[in-house]
Ligand binder design. Structure first.
Ligand SMILES: [Zn+2]
Length: 314
């Protein structure tokens, strides 16, 4: 076979049934190490030097097929009231107590109370009729889209849990950042912590620690680089909240390798740059005005995950 080697190996936590057997073929020219790679199709390159990976389209986990069936992603709507409630509570200025009441009439924003209608897709108080929190239907559309991306991108149940958990935090962060220009530490911390917890459980159960190590190293490296950039650029650079969000993104996408982390963050910065230029050109913002970066980083991450689901299994 010359300098080409073909490796076949079992995917994480596969059972012994033929249906659970995934075969990945690596044609190595330089680095003869068995290692799954992604982003090969969208980026035209593998994240492992010298390797070109082909994987059969049916190599997905059979146990994930159940949640991929049409219609199953609508369950994401079940958590929407909780997400709307957290947007209401956390979209407050730094240091202010969390908002638990309707800002119009003071009714409690709980499902069993008149103010509970604020948690429904219309986002309108059932007592005084004002709108508060996330705009009507937008949060619902984002939640279902994120759930669809998660179930198609994640090759294992642990990765699915990680993406769903991170996406739930991210949906809240999007609207909080748009409303009050801040990314609460509690949410960015929960996002990163939940992701790493899911990957740790998978590593312990499967005995394969590679993805967890990749995720931790990606998060640490990204945090260090962006923290230095934020300190050097001062108020013209990223806020510390953006850095913490980027760390959670790096932890999430690190499972797929450093290529996925770079792709996700770059897409986010490109989105932010394009929208910033358009807003400046249309004079809807002025030079020096702060534009929330969080929603763009989150959008870049979801797009990277969508590209990963298209590129095939890890
Ligand atoms: Zn009200």
């Amino acid at each position: 076979m010359g300098d080409h080697q073909v490796h076949k190996f079992l995917a994480l936590d596969d059972d012994d049934s033929p249906a659970g057997l995934s075969t990945y073929i690596h044609n190595f020219t330089a680095a003869p190490l068995a290692r799954p790679a992604v982003l090969c199709a969208p980026l035209g390159a593998c994240c492992w030097p010298g390797a070109v990976v082909t994987a059969p389209a049916d190599a997905r986990r059979p146990q994930l097929e159940a949640v991929r069936r049409p219609g199953r992603r609508w369950w994401a709507l079940a958590v929407v009231p909780l997400l709307r409630q957290q947007v209401l509570r956390m979209a407050v200025p730094s240091g202010a107590p969390r908002a638990r009441l309707c800002p119009g009439c003071g009714a409690a924003a709980e499902l069993a109370e008149p103010g509970g209608a604020l948690l429904l897709p219309a986002g309108r108080c059932g007592s005084c009729g004002i709108r508060a929190g996330a705009p009507p239907l937008l949060l619902e559309v984002l939640a279902v889209t994120a759930a669809a991306v998660a179930v198609f991108a994640a090759p294992t149940l642990a990765a699915l849990l990680a993406v769903l958990w991170w996406s739930g935090c991210a949906v809240i962060l999007c609207f909080v950042d748009l409303r009050v220009h801040r990314l609460p530490d509690l949410l960015t911390g929960l996002a990163a912590g939940g992701v790493l917890a899911a990957y740790t459980v998978e590593a312990v159960l499967s005995g394969q620690w590679g993805h967890l190590v990749d995720a931790v190293l990606s998060a640490a490296g990204t945090g260090l680089v962006l923290l230095l950039a934020a300190l050097l650029l001062g108020r013209h650079g990223m806020g510390l909240g953006d850095v913490k969000l980027a760390v959670s993104i790096a932890a999430l996408l690190g499972w797929w390798g450093s290529g996925a982390v770079v792709a996700g963050l770059l897409l986010g910065f490109v989105f932010a740059g394009v929208v910033g230029v358009v807003l400046l050109a249309s004079r809807r913002v002025t030079r020096g005005q702060h534009i929330p970066l969080g929603p763009f980083l989150i959008a870049g991450t979801w797009l990277a995950l969508a590209l990963l689901s298209w590129s095939g299994p890890v």
